[in-house]
Ligand binder design. Structure first.
Ligand code: PMP
Length: 452
């Protein structure tokens, strides 16, 4: 697989070598690198990506799930174009109609988001949610689950993918910084919880109850390991009883498990929610929203207008929670987001249907060869875990999977024009149809024939 991959991608290698002189590791985000070198892309059309060697791929990475309508959906292109043409600008730097219209739509789909704010990424969305939780509760620690990702800053860059031997026991995981340069304070003070283990989670929360502002959770870990219903019900109940806010990080799950995300699926009302990725259809966005009384902490009232010199003597910047951003609520991006939601309202069933077909087809091919595996995930995002385990419910279970075999499979598939980053998830878009699903299953059949 690797040899054929390299034979097909000489220009990617050449560009990678040149890029090494420009960017560390030849990539602008660590996650976009894979060994021996990442494929450089040139064009996208619907469900297809084309690399700089002219190879065609069916895209299942879909920019880590963001491209829920695929590449270059005509409705998104039209909406962005109309917005640019009619307003004559890219950016107002002032309030505009789409902020309200997109917000109304999001509130309709996520009723728990009584008030909301736009950010430029999922990272900024969770950052704001955590600040709101600190401010609202007057407490200054957060708890997160081992193996859950919430963005690239110190408070949450702990125990995302820790080496198991450094991470304590499964039921009482220790915090492990995920990067060089993470402030040791956050490594020390972030409380780590075991996903899908209600009793152990209860014990840890109870012990830290008076310090904890919030629990932040990916309702579906990494987009593919679902919380059990009883875990979610229990977590909601205990956080409420202990006076700890519950933050649903739905950056990955929003629109992938249905239009109302994980909270509609589990019938749970979180205190705060973060959205991202699919909500912008491929444009950079994040949204933080939730209970009105919490969100209103960021409301800039006249008395807290720090730039109003006449009042500044009587008020302090600390009267209001700071949230800002030059590009927040970018009009072209909100136009793209609204268009995405409109298409999804008509077509989400198709995406779910194609995902179900592909998942079932892949599972069947593995079982015909007697290879233990699970196709894990809800809705239009899933992962292929090669393992003999009967169930996978958390980070520790995941570590026991056969990643070496999965990697070999991924390189064979890349050589056959099936694209995801090796070891990554699969996402489906509105542009994936029967033809792409059957082509993909043929490629799997061929690859599995070579491997097992
Ligand atoms: N939260 C979750 C659950 C995510 O999956 C991601 C992105 N992978 C983020 C937050 C961060 O989003 P972004 O990359 O847009 O900053």
């Amino acid at each position: 697989g690797l040899r054929r991959f390299m034979e097909k991608t000489p220009r990617s290698l050449e560009l990678y070598k040149k890029t090494l002189d420009v960017m560390p590791g030849g990539a602008t985000a660590n996650i976009k690198f894979f060994s021996p070198y990442p494929i450089a892309m040139e064009k996208g059309r619907g469900s297809y990506l084309y690399d700089i060697d002219g190879n065609e791929y069916i895209d299942y990475l879909l920019s880590y799930g963001a491209l829920i309508l695929g590449h270059g959906h005509p409705d998104i292109i039209e909406a962005v174009h109309v917005q640019l043409e009619e307003s004559g600008t890219y950016l107002f730097g002032a309030p505009h109609r789409l902020e309200m219209e997109m917000g109304e739509k999001v509130k309709q789909l996520y009723p728990s988001m009584e008030r909301l704010r736009y950010t430029n990424s999922g990272t900024e969305a969770t950052l704001l949610a955590i600040r709101l939780a600190y401010a609202y509760t007057g407490k200054n620690k957060i708890a997160k689950f081992e193996g859950h990702y919430h963005g690239g800053y110190d408070q949450v860059l702990v125990s995302v993918n820790p080496p198991v031997h450094e991470a304590g026991s499964e039921r009482h995981p220790h915090p492990v910084a995920e990067s060089k340069g993470v402030d040791p304070y956050h490594e020390k003070h972030t409380i780590i919880l075991p996903f899908n283990d209600l009793d152990a989670t209860y014990d840890i929360l109870k012990k830290n109850q008076h310090d904890l502002a919030a629990v932040i959770i990916e309702p579906v870990q990494g987009g593919f390991i679902p919380a059990t219903q009883s875990f979610m019900d229990g977590l909601k109940k205990m956080t409420e009883e202990m006076g700890i806010l519950l933050i649903f990080d739905e950056v990955k799950t929003c629109f992938r498990m249905g239009l109302g995300g994980a909270q509609a699926y589990y019938q749970i009302t979180p205190d705060l929610t973060t959205l991202g990725k699919a909500v912008g259809g491929g444009y950079p966005i994040g949204i933080t929203g939730g209970r009105r009384d919490i969100m209103e902490l960021s409301a800039p009232t006249a008395s807290a207008d720090v730039f109003d010199v006449s009042k500044s003597r009587h008020s302090s910047a600390k009267d209001v929670l700071f949230h800002s951003g030059t590009y927040n609520g970018h009009p072209a991006i909100l136009a793209a987001g609204l268009a995405t939601i409109q298409v999804l309202e008509r077509e989400i069933w198709h995406i779910q249907d194609m995902a179900a077909k592909l998942k079932a087809g892949i599972a069947k091919l593995f079982s015909e060869r007697g290879v233990g595996m699970q196709v894990l995930g809800l809705g239009s995002i899933f992962n292929i875990i090669i393992t003999e385990q009967e169930s996978i419910s958390n980070y520790r279970d995941l570590q026991k999977a056969d990643f070496a075999l999965r990697r070999e499979l991924d390189f064979l598939l890349l050589a056959e024009g099936i694209y995801t980053k090796p070891l990554n998830r699969y996402s489906i878009s509105a542009a994936h149809g029967e033809k792409e699903i059957s082509r993909t299953l043929e490629a799997f059949e061929g690859a599995l024939g070579k491997l097992c």
